[in-house]
Design a protein around this ligand. Structure first.
Ligand SMILES: C[S@@+](CC[C@H](N)C(=O)[O-])C[C@H]1O[C@@H](n2cnc3c(N)ncnc32)[C@H](O)[C@@H]1O
Length: 205
């Protein structure tokens, strides 16, 4: 089952940044390699803003979307501490319609049930200008079936596979797509070896 916004508000009410203040490892590396020519970036499911603020520090104009008001408040706190600006957007990706496009979309660990994911993948593509890039990481099913304890939802069908991404994102846009086993060090909820899928995809059409 997807968690309601209240679940995330409760989690983010903690004083500490529960996923850390440093960016996700893959986002940090991918931003350096792939996003220098992406002035405007949208982070979907931005959480407490660790990726959004990192990208703003690199000079990107960042929009941070989340349905958790606590997450957006912490994003602002992190941005203020770094003396950067992040544009907050309070919305649910399941009902929101973008009125513009971005040069890149970044999303990490925004897990939805199988019947909601196709629309999410379409939304990502709608948010990108032609030539724009998606940088994303999700837990894959092995996070549950192989006994990893480093985070993610309890239900295996909330996880994402590389094959599913291949079904929904045109093959000629795939710049990188791989199943990985990183060691996460992202606060108390994402800590230790993990089974993830990472993608960099370009909207070619
Ligand atoms: C596991 S947290 C990851 C946060 C952040 N991406 C990170 O890696 O630090 C999942 C985030 O997705 C957000 N989220 C989940 N479902 C959402 C939805 N339907 N619309 C908008 N945000 C959502 C939650 O509020 C939460 O901030």
């Amino acid at each position: 089952m997807p968690k309601p916004a209240q679940f995330w508000n409760d989690r983010f009410a903690a004083e500490e940044f529960v996923y850390g203040e440093a960016p996700n490892q893959f986002v940090a590396a991918a931003a350096e390699a792939w996003l220098p020519d992406a002035p405007a970036v949208l982070t979907l499911g931005a959480g407490e803003g660790r990726n959004a603020v990192h990208l703003a520090r690199q000079g990107h104009a960042v929009t941070a979307l989340d349905y958790s008001t606590e997450g957006l408040a912490k994003t602002r706190r992190l941005a203020d501490a770094a003396s950067v600006t992040v544009d907050p957007l309070h919305a649910d990706v399941r009902s929101w319609t973008p009125d513009r496009t971005w040069d890149a979309v970044v999303t990490t660990f925004l897990h939805l049930p199988p019947d909601e994911r196709p629309a999410f993948y379409r939304l990502i593509q709608q948010c990108l200008r032609p030539g724009g890039l998606l940088v994303a990481e999700w837990f894959r099913p092995e996070q549950r079936t192989d006994g990893y304890t480093s985070g993610g939802p309890p239900e295996v069908d909330m996880m994402v596979t590389a094959d599913e991404l291949r079904e929904h994102f045109a093959a000629d846009g795939i710049e990188r797509l791989s199943a990985e086993t990183p060691v996460l060090d992202e606060g108390p909820h994402h800590s230790g070896p993990a089974a993830t899928v990472r993608v960099v995809w370009r909207k070619t059409g």
